[in-house]
Design a protein around this ligand. Structure first.
Ligand code: FCB
Length: 401
């Protein structure tokens, strides 16, 4: 039997994007350089003009508001705002300020991400997060970006998936050193990077609060739901502790914490296992696991009790939009049950608003809205109308398993 769950008042209902994945032309960033470095065949194609959202953001927002969403999570790009050390581009700051005002004018509440994987190239070249003083540089950028969030923004995400940022440092160091990455699962996050990110987060929170005290600050963690196969219980707990929990705990005392969940990792006595033969996989190769979201919010609530949760990403890479609706219905069912059990969830943002650049390729299509790669024409998929409408009904569809 299908039932429904009424969202609490003020619940954020939106879709997510990031700057680098949608804007195009992020030429001063380390990712742009990486995409053209030939370092790894995991980069199938460069981001190029991406979705051209640097110019087409009004169209993106028109669509999202028209579909029924009341909230929009988007990022601002450090490499555009500070293309050279200490040189701030007033036009870039004004651009993002216009986006905030444009969102508000359309009835969308912006949740602004200050850092989403990409860095100015100069910052990477001076040693990235692990180099001395990185947190001061981040705070200086955040302060320069203050006009963007000074008014009209209630939520700021300082750093997206710090655990993945630290994992990427390990991966890059391994690759450049001629080493090999684990066949399944992720390598350990780089420790110096992880510690520096936690310091940078705290500094950024202080900067935002001192300039815009009304803003509710948090960071978003890539959750690592695991399924321990017989004998793998301890390995699974260790895997999750090192790759997720330390980053959740660093959020202690924040106004909110971002949960980002897509899939799960199976772990046996010798470590992470491949997706079993016959299990459904999405276009990223990840196991189809809509129950990952409920696992992630429950685990987060247990790890940082008392911290309100915002689901800042959840979604599926598929070319079959009916699978997107099925996946999301199940994920939302699990979310509704967790909320009914008392987990304090304040918002849900679907990844992603648009089919975009998925860190090496445009192939994994997570979007509610298709983007033609030649004309950039946007076409909402049926899932977009379905999910957006929940912004009007304020009622989650739930299914009985
Ligand atoms: C997350 C990232 C986001 C997107 C999704 C699929 O790790 O934050 O940019 O690529 O995965």
């Amino acid at each position: 039997m299908d039932t429904s769950f009424t969202l609490p008042g003020g619940f954020l209902w939106g879709a997510s994007t990031s700057a680098h994945q949608t804007e195009g032309g992020n030429t001063h960033s380390d990712w742009w350089a990486f995409e053209h470095s030939g370092l790894t065949d995991r980069v199938e194609e460069p981001s190029g003009v991406a979705c051209d959202s640097y110019h087409r953001w009004p169209e993106d927002m028109d669509l999202l508001a028209g579909l029924g969403f009341t909230d929009y999570r988007f990022g601002i790009e450090w490499a555009r705002i500070e293309p050279a050390p200490g040189e701030f581009d007033a036009d870039a700051v004004a651009h993002y300020r216009r986006m905030v005002e444009g969102a508000r004018a359309r009835g969308l509440r912006p949740l602004v991400t200050l850092h989403h994987f990409t860095h100015p190239l100069w910052f990477a070249e001076r040693g990235g997060w692990a180099a001395k003083g990185s947190e001061d540089l981040f705070a200086r950028y955040v302060e320069a970006a203050a006009p963007v969030f000074a008014e009209g923004v209630d939520h700021v995400c300082t750093i997206n998936e710090p655990n993945m940022v630290a994992v990427m440092v390990t991966a890059l160091t391994t690759l450049t050193g001629g080493g090999t990455l684990p066949e399944h699962g992720m390598p350990l996050p780089d420790e110096a990077t992880a510690e520096a990110l936690a310091r940078a987060h705290r500094r950024a929170v202080d900067s935002v609060k001192s300039l815009a005290p009304h803003v509710r600050t948090g960071w978003s963690v890539a959750n690592q739901p695991c399924r321990a196969e017989p004998g793998g219980e301890q390995r699974a707990a260790d895997y999750r502790r090192t790759r997720e929990d330390v980053f959740l705990e660093a959020a202690h005392g924040d106004d909110w914490i971002g949960v980002q969940a897509y899939t799960r990792t199976r772990i046996g006595p010798a470590g992470p296992l491949p997706v079993p033969d016959g299990a459904e996989r999405t276009l990223t190769g990840w196991e189809y696991a809509p129950d990952a979201l409920a696992d992630a919010v429950r685990h987060t609530a247990a790890t940082v009790p008392g911290t309100p949760i915002v689901v800042t990403e959840n979604g599926i890479a598929t070319s079959d939009d009916e699978r997107r609706v099925a996946y999301t219905t199940e994920a939302l069912t699990g979310l509704a049950r967790a909320m009914a059990d008392g987990v304090d969830v304040r918002g849900y943002f679907h990844w992603s608003a648009l089919d975009n650049y998925e860190w090496g390729s445009f192939r994994p299509t997570f979007g509610l809205i298709a983007v033609d790669r030649d004309t950039f024409v946007r076409t909402p998929k049926p899932s977009a109308a379905w999910l957006g409408a929940i912004g009007r009904t304020r009622s989650l569809p739930t299914v009985t398993p």
